[in-house]
Write a protein that binds this ligand. Structure first.
Ligand code: ATP
Ligand code: MG
Length: 373
């Protein structure tokens, strides 16, 4: 499985320990895992923030009775106004999402929710493994550059009257690098750090490992051996927890003879196993269970196809919110498996560590990683 694959020798976090990236205190460092389901933020003080990747085009058209109760926020980017927060979100499951205005306003809102309004930030974000690398291991540089540029574009917070919002200042991205999503979790795994020390775990660094990132739209596989990606055993499957939502939606429409269940209502039904219709609560446990079962079956098949029995691997590390959501279903897939702590945040933590301990002196305005890195 592993011997024929081309290897990418760009992984080693070589410059440990190192000084802070910037001496400018106004610049904040951010690990930004801007997924199709949730947008997760990791900050150097240890805070982890997650918001649903939920927004729609247009103003909310809502007047807040009490200002403190505001739960929808408006932003403008490239001439289009979006509402973010407690709205029925537009589907994010389209290929251009990572470079879209929809993504950009959600990321901006996540930065605000993390307390970074008005700040300049350095951030690392990700793309699914299958969008980052071609099958032969070459980077898809055009898409990577587009994603890099997209998050640097201006996003203006607006008041509900559509004016620039003086109380919520725009956060601007001064440096941005993109890495493969599941690979970020590998950096999280091999770089140990606490307030005082940063340490590369040499044992973990040399051990062959597979990372399985079960997300919303995608499930990513990355095998790392000798600090290089084994491309033949790595890639993305377009399946994740958002499929459960879609299948439950179909089931509800069929069973209850209704159309267009709102996205928030559906989300609640999947999480709480109940659905309110016409003022009455209905139990949808069986629908949710069978949708999850279908996903687990598909993931199991793909995981076996990618990793076989995993006998050559030291460890199989499950990350992503899906690994937490399906923890009991995937518990006995491999004898040598672990689910990461706060699995949904493993990529975001790894992105932050990559920014802090790998990017270092490459941070100069307008920097673009070249193909040979
Ligand atoms: N602790 C948890 N328990 C149960 N479910 C969770 C937990 N954390 C996250 N989830 C759910 O897991 C799903 C996938 O979350 P995740 O954040 O990994 O997706 P994503 O990264 O946005 O998607 P993608 O990787 O496809 O872009 C979401 O629907 C989320 O609600
Ligand atoms: Mg993800």
């Amino acid at each position: 499985m592993m011997s024929t694959a081309r290897q990418d020798n760009s992984l080693e976090p070589q410059r440990l320990p190192m000084e802070e990236i910037s001496t400018d205190v106004s610049v904040a460092q951010v690990g930004m895992d801007d997924g199709y389901a949730d947008t997760k933020v990791a900050l150097p003080d240890g805070r982890l923030v997650s918001i649903p990747s939920r927004a729609r085009v247009g103003q909310a058209g809502v007047t807040w009775i009490r200002e403190t109760a505001q739960s929808i926020f408006e932003y403008k980017t490239e001439g289009t106004v979006y509402s973010v927060g407690v709205v029925d979100g537009e589907p994010t499951q389209f290929d251009e999402y990572p470079t879209s205005g929809l993504n950009r306003v959600i990321v901006q809102h996540a930065l605000h929710q993390a307390g970074l309004s008005g700040r300049s930030v350095h951030l690392v974000s990700g793309l699914p493994v299958g969008r980052f690398y071609r099958k032969d291991g070459q980077r898809r540089q055009t898409l990577i550059d587009q994603k890099c540029d997209s998050l640097k574009k201006t996003v203006e917070p607006l008041t509900r009257e559509g004016n620039p919002d003086g109380s919520r200042l725009k956060t601007s991205v001064a440096f941005h690098e993109v890495i493969p999503e599941a690979l970020a979790a590998w950096y999280d795994h091999v770089i140990d750090c606490d307030k005082e020390n940063v340490r590369l775990d040499t044992e973990k660094l040399s051990a062959p490992i597979a990372i399985v990132d079960i997300g919303g739209r995608t499930t990513d596989y990355v095998v790392v051996q000798n600090q290089a990606v084994v491309h033949g055993a790595s890639g993305s499957l377009n399946r994740g927890l958002l499929d459960v939502k879609a299948w439950v939606s179909n089931g509800i429409e069929e069973h209850f003879d209704v159309v267009n269940i709102g996205e928030q209502r559906l989300d609640h039904a999947v999480k709480a196993n109940t659905l309110r219709l016409h003022g009455k609560a209905y139990d949808v446990t069986d629908l949710v269970k069978s949708a999850k079962h279908e996903l687990v079956e598909r993931l199991y098949m793909e995981t076996r196809r990618q990793l076989g029995q995993g006998a050559e691997l030291d460890r199989i590390l499950f990350v992503g919110g899906g690994s937490a959501a399906l923890a009991t279903d995937i518990a006995d897939w491999f004898p040598n498996q672990t689910i990461a702590d706060h699995a949904a945040f493993a990529n975001a933590r790894g992105m932050l560590k990559y920014l802090q301990y790998v990017c270092d002196d490459r941070i100069t305005p307008g920097h673009k990683p070249d193909d040979n890195e």
